[in-house]
Write a protein that binds this ligand. Sequence first.
Ligand SMILES: *Cc1c(COP(=O)(O)O)cnc(C)c1O
Length: 372
Amino acid sequence: MGVPFIDIKRFEPGFLEKWAEKVHSLSQNAQFIGGQENFDLEKTLSEWTGKTHSIACANGTDAIQIALRAVGVDRGDKVLLPDSTFWATFESVVNCGADPYTVDTSPDDLQMEFSEFEAAIDKVKPKAAILVHLYGWGSSKVEAFRSLCQNKGIPLVEDGAQCFGVKYKGEALYKKSLIATTSFYPAKVLGAAGDGGAIFTSDPELADKSRKLANHGRTSHYEHGSVGWNSRLDSLQAAFLNLSLEHLPMRIASRRKAAEFYYQNLPKLGIKTVHPPEGFEENGYCNVTLFSPEERPKIESVLKEKGIGFANIYPGAMSDQPGAKQHIQGRFGSKEEARRIAKSVLNFPLFAYMKEEELSEVLQVVQSYYKS
Ligand SMILES: *Cc1c(COP(=O)(O)O)cnc(C)c1O
């Protein structure tokens, strides 16, 4: 049969019909930019995130750039970011004209290493820093990152592209951030019918700056107080997201159930399965296991042969990307954990409404690898 790494076509009964109606009515009224759908979306996003302001924008990369610019990052400024993340985090620093410095990864939670970050803050004295919440949870030191940055007066931008719906100590992970972002790329936990993103903050000034930057620096229709760009989310995307949000609790519950299946079954085979740190309630974005660099290609070839999808989130450190060379100003971390983890991480299929048969098929293939 085979199991895909991800299948985003499993819509709830009636969902596509409702979407078709939305497309029809929005098109009939030529309601393509802004309007009620965008207003409703931002309101619902604020309910989910616990932030006073939600600003929808064109994609998750723009959201980080907007947040960085809103906290004052400008040409030639220094910004710290984790070495284990998606390339967009690195790009957004460079696209602000700022200089990126990467910080190594902790082998304990696979998120940014706090002690290296602390050392980097003192050495670089950055204008801002980015914390990325990876894998559908976040760092065991999230509170330490926030309070360190607050004490040092360094704005911390939280890239939450993978953590929509994640709870920390019973509330949205975004809630205690200064400013956080997300992505509505279709494969994320809350996905659009195309690209989309958002910025979340409870600081009215940061919210105002973000909203203006995402709309040509507009202060009124033909008056531009700053140079921003066009990063609006269109009304069709907002409508799709509004429909999806109605079902999101179910989708997250389904993902968490699949995640639980792996927690229950993979360790029995001796597979090192990474759990969210204490205090986190994950959104089921992905499954994370660790293999030795020698063993990983062997199990991967069995998965390929049997048609089981998998991923390596992420296969390399940002500082090693060919595109990083001309921009990177420094790397913090002598232990090379980001590189080591990139060679070990393997993600099994996980998505909303995965069937029990599919989960058992994945497990059977993995079991067959251990038996042979
Ligand atoms: C997906 C993702 C982004 C980028 O989002 P886009 O909407 O694709 O621009 C940024 N950071 C992380 C960690 C991501 O996973």
